[in-house]
Design a protein around this ligand. Sequence first.
Ligand code: ADP
Ligand code: ZN
Length: 217
Amino acid sequence: MLNIILMGPPGAGKGTQATSIVDSFHLPHISTGDMFREAIAQGTPVGLKAKEIIARGDLVPDEVTCALVKERLAKEDCANGYLLDGFPRTIPQAEALDKLGPEIGREVSLVIDLSVPEEELVARISGRRVCPKCGASYHIKNMKPQVEGICDRCGAELIQRKDDNAESFQVRLQNYYSSTQPLVDYYKKQGKYHCFDGMVGRANLEKQINALLEENK
Ligand code: ADP
Ligand code: ZN
C-alpha cells in the first residue's frame, strides 16, 4: 500500500511532485500547509491560532498539527493509501504518526525526501505563485501557467503566499534544518527513507519517483 510521506526543505518541489503523484496513483493529497491555509481563510479556531505563526515562518505547535492530521487520516478516502505533504515536520510529529498509523491501519510505508541546495530554494520561493484552490504551484519564470495568473488545473486565480518573503523564508529554512532534518535518520533507521535529487528537472524527478512507487504499490 502507498502510505507516503513527502519531505524536503521549503521550495524543494514537494507541492509540484505531490500533485503529480496523487494524480497518477489516485491518492488523497494531505498537505498540512494547505489545510492550515484553508483554516485561515475560513477563520476557524485552528486558523486563528496558526495565522501569525505561519506568516512569520514558524511551525504550528505539534498538538494542533497532530490533531488535524489524526482527524484527516481517519477519513474513508485514506483507506487505500495517502500522500502526506509537509507532515511530519518534527520528531514528536513522527512519533505521533508511528503511534497512530497501526491503530487505524494506515502505517507509513515509504518516505520520499527531495534534496535541493539553498541558493536554488531562495530563487524558487521568491518567484513562486500558488493556486489557493487546488494547491498547485507555479513559478513566474521557470514554470509558467498556460494563461498568466491562472491555474492550469482548476482555473482559479494564482496568488503569492504571505510566507514567501525573504524574512519568513529564512525562518522556515532554519526550522527545517533544526526540526525536520533529524527525520532523515529517524526514517533511515526504519528502512523507509528514499532521497531524490531535486535538481534533475521536474519531469525526470517525476519519472524516478514513479518508478519507486510502481515497485512498492
Ligand atoms: P513549505 O514546505 O513551502 O514551507 P507548507 O505549505 O508545507 O510550506 O507549510 C507552510 C507553513 O505551514 C509552515 O511554514 C508551517 O508554519 C505550517 N506547517 C505546515 N505543516 C506543518 C507541520 N507539520 N508542523 C508544523 N507546522 C506546519
Ligand atoms: Zn488550481
